[in-house]
Design a binder for this molecule. Structure first.
Ligand SMILES: C[S@@+](CC[C@H](N)C(=O)[O-])C[C@H]1O[C@@H](n2cnc3c(N)ncnc32)[C@H](O)[C@@H]1O
Length: 509
């Protein structure tokens, strides 16, 4: 994508980055070095010696972060931000674009020159690529997948491509020596792609920010580290210690801290830190976690890659265990009609289903699994188990329960009896008599899965694999196909499991 930024500059330099980090007092362990990705493009962090749990990987003073608070744009708020946005990601992309337009005159030059020069092709930006390109051809494989849902969610939240365009068109960046004229939308899209793939959530003052050096680490589900930051700062000035905006020497934002910790923060520099949480061997790539249980669809939508879709010897990117996330998900409106959905929400059904789900030693053998840790997520996991939250909402829809009924007691019995019936099915016993609401919920799971399958590409898993095999030099199509393959395989397997169970309940099998 032709964004016109940093044209004519030398490629990213580690020396310049290190000089910047030193000048900003960013502390780095001598056990970690920046190395090239084996796949060619980009960098990664590699351990130069064994590192033990608890060791510090890096400590960045918050003043070294690139955020809307620390950048030049913050000094020209009125001119540059006629339109305000509640979306931190759009504001940060604008602030970064302003620094990129400043080029060598930016206070962040040593850092921003180290960032990828190519736009990261996240799916929100695929419509900007020409017809017949890898991006354009990849898009159709996302139909019916979680990635398409995530893209829709981003649009609903106001961070889709049309929102980016509207936001950028209503913003005015100052002229710079390198860029006396406004930059094209592609330049904003480039900055957005960098923010989407590199920003971390920091605190109430910075909101999200780019973290030099910490953002060199790639992601793995089973990681060695994660970014830690005290977020209970003053939202006005960012101070962690009590400040003039608190109006008291003992602000409520610090009330949860032990007195020793409160005394410590009064005297210490506020930093974001990375510590070794799982031992690293010399020569290993040091992997970060971008978040708990992120599925591959979300990795594609927000970070522009799918683990294992383009294996590269030497990178750990093909280690896909732990990339599982929440499997496949539905919105409550797809499970219940409006009246039942309102009833479910009024009784806090999601929370209730979690309370009623009794974890056990043989959870893997069950039909129903624990609800997602993400509130409001109704999912079927990678083993084809429906979450208690999903099953509960479907049960409510079919049960005829009224707000005045003892829903708690009935849902508890429904969850217990479906599990007993499943055990009997697995043991090849005769079907047990079941409350009709429970059998209806099982049939509703089958219907949901059938609808999901109908929306996914109409090829078998083998045909999808063949389509991926036949690709040459098309990483985005390979990534999109990987998402589609895994979802088709999951829906197919889940349909068999739930379909056979439903038939057995009806005495047909
Ligand atoms: C925070 S950056 C990590 C540093 C990046 N490798 C670089 O050179 O700038 C995030 C980007 O790195 C790449 N990345 C991160 N984890 C990866 C993985 N496990 N496999 C492949 N690429 C990965 C993706 O392009 C992602 O958007």
């Amino acid at each position: 994508m032709n964004h016109g930024l940093l044209a004519g500059h030398a490629p990213p330099s580690r020396e310049l980055l290190n000089a910047y980090l030193d000048s900003m007092d960013v502390w780095r362990s001598d056990g970690v070095a920046i190395a090239d990705m084996a796949s060619g493009g980009g960098w990664r962090a590699v351990a130069t010696r064994d590192m033990a749990i608890g060791e510090t990987i890096c400590k960045l003073p918050k003043s070294a972060l690139l955020s809307v608070r620390t950048t030049e744009l913050n000094r020209f708020p009125a001119a540059a931000r006629e339109r305000t946005t509640s979306h931190a990601i759009l504001s940060l992309a604008l602030a970064l674009l302003n620094e990129l337009r400043l080029g060598e005159e930016s206070g962040f030059w040593g850092y921003i020159q180290s960032l990828p020069r190519e736009t990261v092709p996240i799916p929100s930006l695929w419509p900007l690529y020409p017809a017949g390109s890898d991006a354009e051809l990849a898009d159709k494989w996302l139909d019916g997948t979680e990635a398409r849902r995530d893209l829709k969610r981003r649009e609903d939240e106001g961070v889709g491509l049309a929102d980016m365009r509207a936001f950028y068109e209503s913003s005015r960046l100052p002229r710079t020596r390198a860029h006396p004229d406004p930059s094209p939308f592609e330049a904003f899209a480039h900055a957005f792609s960098l923010v989407s793939t590199r920003a971390f959530i920091i605190d109430l003052h910075h909101t999200i920010a780019l973290c030099p050096f910490a953002d060199v680490l790639n992601h793995a589900g089973v990681s060695h580290t994660s970014l830690a930051s005290d977020d209970f700062v003053c939202h006005v000035c960012g101070s962690l210690a009590p400040c003039e905006h608190d109006g008291t020497a003992e602000p409520a934002r610090l009330a949860h801290l032990h007195p020793n910790a409160r005394a410590r923060i009064a005297n210490e520099l506020d930093t974001v830190d990375m510590y070794v949480e799982r031992a690293v061997r010399a020569g290993d790539e040091v992997m970060n976690s971008y978040g708990e249980g992120i599925g591959e669809a979300r990795l594609l939508v927000e970070w522009g890659f799918v683990p294992g879709s383009a294996p590269a010897a030497g990178d750990e990117s093909d280690d896909d265990e732990g990339f599982l996330g929440d499997g496949i998900t539905w919105a409550l409106s797809e499970l219940c009609d409006a009246e039942r959905a309102a009833h479910w929400l009024a009784m806090d059904g999601g929370e209730l289903a979690g309370e009623l789900f009794e974890a056990g030693a043989d959870d893997d053998a069950r039909l129903v699994c624990a609800p997602s840790a993400r509130p409001g997520v109704y999912h079927l996991n990678h083993a084809g188990q429906a979450s208690a939250r999903l099953f509960g909402a479907l049960w409510l829809q079919g049960s005829g329960a009224h707000p005045a009924d003892d829903v708690r007691g009935r849902l508890r019995r429904a969850l217990a009896s479906v599990e007993m019936a499943w055990e009997a099915h697995v043991a090849d016993d005769d079907p047990l008599p079941l409350d009709s609401g429970v059998a209806d919920a099982v049939r509703a799971v089958v219907a949901l899965l059938e609808r999901r399958r109908a929306g996914l590409p109409a090829l078998t898993v083998d045909e999808l694999y063949d389509a991926r095999e036949a690709l040459a030099d098309a990483p985005l199509q390979a990534a999109a196909l990987t998402v589609a393959i895994n979802e088709v395989a999951l829906v197919q397997a889940a349909l068999e499991r739930w379909g056979e169970f439903a038939a057995w309940l009806e005495g047909d099998a």
